[in-house]
Design a protein around this ligand. Structure first.
Ligand code: ZN
Length: 350
């Protein structure tokens, strides 16, 4: 479908042989390409082709950006072929054992995650919706947005929602130097800690909030979950993330450091690319069916359609008997199978 559309639009736009060619408005062509790419990504999600899915998602992000900018030349460049990041099997295996997706959760256990905020109005609206249904959510926030709306993040924290790191300025980590990636991580860790009221307050939050099953031998030193912008990473990026230590588990005098966790997702609502709450809902439940009715679900807290979709999704999850658990539950479930990679541990500059 994508290729047919591309071919069709190329003919329409490049063919100047006709005196009065019938052009499709560029905005319609771009939207059609975005929809076609989303269908393709949907298909890769269902077939479980991780490599094709990753490429398709990168294309979809780029197309959506070009759509926002009305940049048709960019759309053509993207469709012509772009610098793609291909994973080999070894890398896929490395990611599978060192990242959180929630695939180790029990059937009918899901984690709701919300990226890209805080947003001045939608974040609290979503928190209200979660609270009304007495369910949990983790918010992966962008440092510079926290700086702009610190009171929103503070309110989320004080209402019991866990805040996590989604970089300082939402750049693709694969394009950054090691030093820039570390700065993106550290600056956001610092502002997260400041809106959470410091490290003692974060430890207290864990004791209050994750009372059941919280390992009291574990002492947090920093927020412990990060998601890279666009979920974009390679081995270099992931190694840099995993080199950060965020907590210590001490038994007697023996202490073991725990690494910063890269939290990906299993279920992708693609809510940012789709204005229709019903098709967002259908996509989420279709994927849940494909992945054993479990996993971390990815939403974005900055889009009105996500709020509307959640108004349908949350009651349906509850009626269908799902338990909405926390990202910390996903971590505990994953720890049983995880093999920490070799390499140095980097102590975060406080
Ligand atoms: Zn994001």
């Amino acid at each position: 479908m994508k290729f047919l559309l591309s071919f069709f639009s190329l003919i329409l736009l490049n063919n100047t042989a006709f005196a009065e060619p019938t052009y499709l408005p560029e905005t319609e062509v771009i939207s059609a390409e975005v929809n076609a790419m989303r269908d393709l990504v949907d298909a890769h999600i269902i077939t479980g082709n991780a490599k094709a899915l990753h490429e398709g998602l990168l294309d979809l992000y780029a197309l959506k950006k070009a759509e926002r900018n009305g940049d048709y030349a960019q759309v053509k460049r993207i469709l012509k072929g772009r610098d793609r990041a291909c994973f080999n099997d070894q890398e896929l295996n490395y990611y599978a054992t060192n990242e959180l997706t929630g695939k180790e959760l029990q059937t009918k256990e899901v984690v709701l995650t919300f990226d890209d905020g805080p947003h001045p109005t939608l974040t609290i609206a979503m928190a209200n919706l979660l609270e009304r249904n007495r369910i949990d959510g983790t918010f992966f926030q962008v440092g510079r947005n926290i700086k702009a709306y610190p009171h929103v993040s503070q309110e989320l924290h004080s209402r019991g929602f866990l805040l996590a790191n989604h970089s300082w300025s939402h750049q693709n980590f694969k394009n950054l130097s090691d030093a820039s990636i570390n700065a993106q991580i550290d600056n956001t860790q610092n502002i997260l800690l400041s809106v959470m009221g410091g490290i003692d307050s974060l430890n207290q939050f864990y004791r209050n909030h994750f009372a059941q099953g919280f390992d009291l031998n574990r002492v947090l030193q920093a927020p412990e979950f990060l998601r890279t912008p666009y979920g974009s990473r390679d081995k270099r990026v992931l190694d840099l993330i995993l080199a950060n230590t965020v907590s210590q588990t001490c038994r007697g005098s023996e202490c073991r450091p725990n690494r910063l966790n890269h939290a990906m997702w299993l279920i992708d609502s693609l809510d940012w690319s789709d204005k229709n709450p019903v098709s967002i809902t259908n996509r989420v439940f279709k994927q849940l069916g494909m992945y054993g009715n479990r996993g971390i679900i990815l939403f974005h807290e900055i889009h009105p359609q996500t709020y509307k979709a959640l108004e349908i999704i949350i009651p349906r999850l509850i009626v269908e008997g799902y338990r909405i658990v926390t990202i910390y539950d996903a971590l505990k479930a994953q720890k049983m199978t995880r093999i920490d990679p070799p390499g140095s541990i980097r102590l975060r500059a406080l």
